[in-house]
Design a protein around this ligand. Sequence first.
Ligand code: NCD
Length: 345
Amino acid sequence: MATFISSTLMSTDHTPKPASAAPHAGDVVSAFPHKHLLGIEGLNPLEINYLLDLSDGYVEQNRQANKNKAILAGLTQINLFFENSTRTRTSFELAGKRLGADVINMSVATSSVRKGETLLDTAITLNAMHPDILVVRHGQSGAVKLLSEKVDGAVINAGDGWHEHPTQALLDALTIRRRKGRIEGLTVAICGDILHSRVARSNIHLLTTMGARVRVVAPPTLLPTAIERLGVEVHHRMETGLSDCDIVMMLRLQRERMEGSYLPSVREFFHLYGLDYDKLSVARPDALIMHPGPMNRGVEIDTVVADDIHRSAIQEQVEMGVAVRMACLDVLTRNRRAHASEALS
Ligand code: NCD
């Protein structure tokens, strides 16, 4: 169910802050008392706002000529990707490097998993190398949590099956908050392949927790059963689903996860659910267009709409992604760094 958020719980000052003004060491335990970031479900508004406030500082830092701040110097970050990824892996790599971590990328094509090693063997082997942080993407829902139970370092879920993709929801929230000044009270329409989308699930948890009104817009075949239980309104037509909404969040049609016939044809899907100016005309005139990427142009979104610099925040989402991941790496390694500096003094 949607959680009603009292405005007193929400941080109201959303003006971007420099990284140096971000909250510091001692407050992290109470502000974000989690060892891992496995999902958005279960986080509260204060924790979400804490990560977003910190991310605002990193957005400013990333726009400076010198983008580096070596707070993770000496720490090792392993990006362990069992599924293909370009933008998410690059974003995590850049985030770790800008904070001074030693970043290693491991993808399934080069790993022993191909030779029959199980996920847990991989976890135990990597753990013996003492990584401080593991960023993990896996095709099975729940696999990242399982791995987190076997390692000593902090684990960030970079997408597990159809389940969650928490840093995507955080970067979407940061984009919305910076553009609209708030999340609470906005109407957000999440459209397209909801069934296969971890991005949709993480966004639903985050946006309802922060007091937004969330609609899902999709054909019945691309909606999970009982999705209303997550506190969303269900629409099967773009015309009603997009009516007066503040944010239109399009999703990629995940054809690689589809077995059987979910759609009559891709052309038919574009005709009924593809975002074009005609369908957009019922949304608020200042409605923001978002897409997590990679886009199927002409399938879920018209190419002209995607590239409309006045309406589309798609490039900004990519920029926010690096800042959000820096904030997550910062927060999750802060207690370790605090202990390390105590040991040195
Ligand atoms: C998303 C993902 O992998 O879940 N993409 C991403 O993180 N860049 C969305 C998608 O693949 O459609």
